[in-house]
Design a protein around this ligand. Sequence first.
Ligand SMILES: NC(=O)C1=CN([C@@H]2O[C@H](COP(=O)(O)OP(=O)(O)OC[C@H]3O[C@@H](n4cnc5c(N)ncnc54)[C@H](OP(=O)(O)O)[C@@H]3O)[C@@H](O)[C@H]2O)[C@@H](O)CC1
Ligand SMILES: Nc1ncnc2c1ncn2[C@@H]1O[C@H](COP(=O)(O)OP(=O)(O)O)[C@@H](O)[C@H]1O
Ligand SMILES: [K+]
Length: 511
Amino acid sequence: MKIFTADQIYEADKFTIEKQQISSDVLMEKAATELFKWIHSRLQGAEVTIQLFCGIGNNGGDGIALARHLQEHGYAIQVHVVNYSDKRSKDFLLNLERLKDRKIWPEFINHDSGLPELSPNDIIVDAIFGIGLNRPPESWVGDLIKHINDSRAFVLAVDVPSGLPSDKAPWNKEHVVRASYVLSFQVPKLIFFLPETGIYQNQWELLDIGLDSEFLGKTATAYELIGKPEVLPMYRPRLKFSHKGTYGHAVIVGGSYGKIGAVQLASNACLTVGSGLVTAFVPECGYHSLQTAIPEIMVLTDEEDNTITKIDIPFKPSVVGIGMGMGTEEDTVKAFSALLKNIETPMVIDADGLNILAKHPKFMKDVPKQSVLTPHPKELERLIGEWEDDFDKLEKAKTFATKHDCILLIKGAHSITIYNTIGFVNTTGNPGMATAGSGDVLTGMITGLIAQGYSSLNAAVFGVYLHGLAGDMGVSHNGYEALKASGIIENIGKAYMELLRPPEIENNKEA
Ligand SMILES: NC(=O)C1=CN([C@@H]2O[C@H](COP(=O)(O)OP(=O)(O)OC[C@H]3O[C@@H](n4cnc5c(N)ncnc54)[C@H](OP(=O)(O)O)[C@@H]3O)[C@@H](O)[C@H]2O)[C@@H](O)CC1
Ligand SMILES: Nc1ncnc2c1ncn2[C@@H]1O[C@H](COP(=O)(O)OP(=O)(O)O)[C@@H](O)[C@H]1O
Ligand SMILES: [K+]
């Protein structure tokens, strides 16, 4: 599913109005109707006070129109207009008139008004600012937002939490609504998925307001949300007359004394995701434990006991996954650099592989094209330098990925795979995966997918989705805390099954 910018949403709005020959308030009415239906289906007329805070733009207009629907269905409402500007939108004014026609007089909140009384038992509708926010809210509006946050009431935000700009980090973290739930119109917004801005909403859901599907379909976007419909076509089925050679020979290089487990996890994940053959390359000290832990893999060892000093692979691997638990000793750096110079197949580079690249930027020119780099935020910072905010981070990541013709996978709650100018935002995974070794598992999985013939980009996007899905299945019975990296591997098979499960057939009413 595409992620549109605010400007693109305004264009979609305009296009829809022209094509369908409707007036703009029709879209606002549709938005308000969908908001109302959502609320009504849950509240069923409950006797709760709904406090609506409406700005003076179209986001506020949505709130005012919603208030009318709520009142018509007997809900106890209190409408507040947050009067932050004289430039009221046409459709806001239209809906304000409609409300007044029904003898509902909102309370106007200005810079010198006191703060309204709020109870934790109220439901608050936040329609102060939408995607039109383009400068810091004035301090009295910020104080009102803080008052809403302090109320401990359930806060339902319309379109986006107020105070959150769509293309930069908030100016003041206290002046952003912390929404219990966001009902957002038609398309997901990038702010929902970034660590700095995603924290302002617990949950979000899309409401279809009928923006033109032709426009949405043909418009190219810089970000795409990756769910089952996007990854399913990437799946490469196992062929009946295939053999292990069909699915490639992956090599996993890494480990050092005390960190052989990282290679074990990556190799096991590589095999479990379906690589035909897997060879691990580790320092001598890892030999016995690896051979014992995973009988299905082959093991090559360095001449040195405790670290990697020379990487000899006596065959042409399909792909090499490297870096987990490897350390950054001088000899290891030399071995890594020599491998980069000799290798032609794409690589998946993680952990200390990335740390070495960050310390020796000139090595980047030897990294095979179409390699996948899998940094967590700290490793990313070492690689691309500091950033101002998450948006700046993504731009810098795109510049880096384009310059080096690589796929840059930024790991996190919503991992984002960057290739050229596009970012693919993952939707699976959970906080249980914030546990030692889960990144090693991901590296192994992506390596195993490339070995089987997935393109590097598809391996990254598909791999991160499957990894998150396996994590989700891993916590479904045991909870977040007990998930271990090996638990993610144990659920890779189930994740495949879940991905390939046909959609439930709806009950035939006549049957
Ligand atoms: N297609 C869709 O998705 C549909 C979307 N709809 C809804 O429209 C919403 C967008 O509405 P919107 O464009 O009127 O902007 P909104 O966020 O209400 O802000 C109002 C104005 O405030 C101003 N302003 C900005 N920052 C400010 C500040 N700090 N302090 C003071 N003023 C500030 C700025 O105007 P400016 O002063 O810059 O000219 C801005 O225009 C969207 O989120 C959704 O809820 C639906 O109605 C139907 C279809
Ligand atoms: N809160 C979270 N929600 C979803 N996925 C997460 C979360 N925290 C971590 N992960 C995933 O777990 C993995 C952690 O990788 P990394 O930090 O490299 O771990 P390690 O170095 O221990 O292997 C990444 O794939 C990341 O996306
Ligand atoms: K809002």
